[in-house]
Design a protein around this ligand. Structure first.
Ligand SMILES: *[C@@H]1O[C@H](CO)[C@@H](O)[C@H](O)[C@H]1NC(C)=O
Ligand SMILES: *[C@@H]1O[C@H](CO)[C@@H](O)[C@H](O)[C@H]1NC(C)=O
Ligand SMILES: *[C@@H]1O[C@H](CO)[C@@H](O)[C@H](O)[C@H]1NC(C)=O
Ligand SMILES: *[C@@H]1O[C@H](CO)[C@@H](O)[C@H](O)[C@H]1NC(C)=O
Length: 580
């Protein structure tokens, strides 16, 4: 019996021709089986997917539970219920007598604000029907800013061991406990990058409340300057819950944000649960870092446009050295990582912040923030930075600023206007750098003539905007912002109230009213600061450096325990005057 089986297996009793036939039949059968299995797997995968993956098409075609839950406006479920008349509701709520009512004056309305012109789509390419793979190719940083180009910088420093992900130290681990809900970061993508940050991330957080075009411009400029899109986190702080996710807001609404387009760029979106003030948002950043195991993170204002020092690259023919710039070429991202690396050296003194251009771009050491109790949320906007930075200084943390050529990471320009087409930042062929209200729109052409012939020829060939034109245009944008005065107080703040629409949309707020409320809150916050430190103005460190502890002042424990150094009756409240 055994022998018969062995003989059958060996097929030795069959002719060669029959053996080949058998082999061929086996091959056909196996292939058919594989194909069948594959289609079976595909079919079953489709079964688990909802019938309509695209929520918008779903809302048009069918009314199933999934699509309805996803896109219908808030309160739509109640649309069919009867409505109690207003007069009846009033009677149920209040009791009054008619003589009282007669003496009251009805509301008098303010003259309507003149409507501002509607804003236009800042990046039309993202709404075009271009195939995703073509789009992805266009949305890349210029070749020289690609992260993989920086591996050569420290070739001796990276080893295969550093490629593996290492757990970051958690704040809670100091207490012997474990961090709650901490998620591992995606595995690092490039060795250079990994060497510099063991968590595999150099997260850049960009808070967003108003003005979508400005945000899109800011994010795009960071990507074009080499910051990997997957390490950029837009923190949606619009106070509109999930309205943007559900696409219920439109472009003219100040709080509009298009998640689909941010996804096309490859950046992440994190949402605050409700509208946070500046100081609350800073604490939310630190909390997010705790959740995700980031020991350090960068944060940026949304009203900046950034550039790498591209004209320093050896391959760039139009190399023009400015005396305030570093010698070797690194992208803005590589420079930022280089700075981070210095702070990670265990011999570096205790540190909390590094400011790259004031606080337009800031590197934060999470646990320093946590160790002093975080930001004081009773001071919602201006003044809260003075409170925080001074307390950190008193607690012995270094907070350095990039002021020298070797510590600057790139051009960080403070702007309030947006390029006519943000696509210019990606050097997409055919898109030129220009902005509405450019005081000197012809500067571009003159610059191009002055530039080297080789650069001009290269630009003509691809039809893409040049670095020199982009930078000079952005510089004119910065000048326009500061045209009406210098510094934060005198600057033209109008970017915050450019969009005036969104009437009738969920969570609608009057654009000017929102701004007025914030202004009042700023003043109230200054008043809180003044009462806390007994002084109207940011310069409290100087005050503590005088007197007994001359030169070694430390007011960490003195908040709310000092007398006012001004006369509130004669000189006014804490939110105005003095050093504000
Ligand atoms: C109605 O209000 C007026 C003025 O406050 C008061 O004099 C009068 O007695 C009130 N009448 C009734 C019926 O409560
Ligand atoms: C967001 O952008 C996508 C892609 O361009 C577009 O299809 C969609 O309509 C936009 N959403 C809104 C609410 O404007
Ligand atoms: C930051 O400043 C301190 C001195 O205040 C200095 O010792 C340290 O080297 C600086 N670090 C960086 C990265 O510039
Ligand atoms: C800002 O500039 C615009 C024109 O660019 C001007 O109309 C507006 O009044 C300015 N706003 C302030 C607050 O000065």
């Amino acid at each position: 019996m055994t022998r018969a089986v062995i003989n059958l297996v060996k097929l030795s009793h069959l002719s060669t021709r029959t053996r080949y036939r058998l082999l061929f039949t086996c091959f056909i059968l196996t292939t058919t089986h594989l194909l069948f299995s594959a289609s079976l797997i595909r079919w079953s995968a489709n079964l688990t997917k909802p019938a309509h993956a695209d929520p918008r098409s779903a809302s048009k075609t069918s009314g199933n539970a999934f699509s309805k839950d996803h896109v219908s406006p808030y309160g739509a479920e109640d649309a069919g219920r009867p409505v109690v008349p207003q007069a009846k509701l009033l009677k149920d709520f209040f009791t009054w007598n008619e003589t009282d009512i007669a003496s009251l004056s009805p509301p008098v309305f303010l003259p309507p604000t003149p409507p501002s012109p509607p804003i236009t789509d800042p990046f039309p390419l993202l709404s075009s029907n271009l195939a995703p793979h073509k789009l992805r190719r266009l949305l890349q940083p210029p070749e020289i800013n690609h992260p993989s180009h920086f591996r050569h910088l420290h070739p001796s420093l990276f080893s295969s061991q550093e490629l593996t992900q290492q757990p970051s130290r958690s704040y809670f681990s100091r207490f012997g406990g474990r961090s709650f809900g901490r998620r591992p970061d995606p595995s690092p993508s490039s060795p250079y990058h990994c060497k510099l940050n063991p968590t595999g991330m150099a997260p850049l957080l960009i808070g967003f409340t108003r003005n979508w075009p400005l945000l899109l411009q800011c994010v795009s400029s960071y990507i074009a300057a080499g910051w990997p899109a997957e390490e950029i986190f837009v923190v949606e702080n619009t106070g509109t819950m999930d309205a943007n996710e559900r696409e219920l807001l439109t472009l003219q609404n100040p709080f509009f944000m298009n998640r689909t387009q941010l996804g096309m760029l490859g950046v992440n979106v994190v949402s605050t649960p409700t509208l946070l003030t500046f100081s609350q948002l800073q604490n939310f950043f630190a909390w997010t870092a705790l959740q995700r195991g980031w020991t350090e993170y960068f944060w940026s204002h949304q009203d900046v446009i950034v550039f790498s020092y591209e004209h320093r690259h050896p391959s760039t023919s139009s190399k023009t050295f400015e005396d305030d710039e570093p010698e070797e070429y690194r992208s803005l991202y590589a420079n930022a990582l280089h700075t981070l690396q210095q702070y990670r050296d265990p011999s570096h003194p205790k540190w909390a912040h590094h400011f790259f251009s004031y606080d337009h771009l800031t590197l934060v050491h999470r646990d320093a923030i946590l160790s002093v109790g975080g930001w004081d949320t009773h001071i919602p906007f201006y003044g809260t930075d003075c409170d925080m930075y001074t307390r950190l200084m008193w607690a012995g943390y270094a907070q350095n600023e990039s002021t020298t050529p070797t510590t600057r990471v790139g051009h960080i320009l403070d702007v309030s206007t947006v390029l006519d087409d943000v696509g210019a930042l990606f050097r997409i062929p055919g898109i030129k750098a220009s902005f509405p209200g450019d005081p000197d729109p012809h500067a571009r052409k003159q610059k191009a003539k002055a530039g080297s012939a080789a650069a001009a020829a290269a630009a003509a060939k691809t039809g893409a905007e040049t670095y020199a034109n982009l930078l000079s245009t952005a510089r004119r944008m910065q000048r326009a912002k500061y045209a009406l005065g210098n510094g934060h107080e005198g600057r033209n703040k109008s970017w915050q109230v450019k969009q005036q629409g969104g009437q009738g949309e969920p969570f609608y707020r009057d654009a000017d009213g929102f701004e007025a409320g914030v202004e009042m809150w700023i003043e109230a916050g200054r008043a809180v600061f003044s009462e806390k430190w007994g002084h109207r103005g940011c310069d409290i460190a100087r005050k503590w450096a005088t007197g007994e502890n001359k030169g070694n002042g430390n007011g960490l424990k003195d908040g709310w325990r000092v007398e006012r150094d001004w006369d509130a009756d004669k000189e006014g409240g804490g939110g105005i005057g003095g050093g504000w």
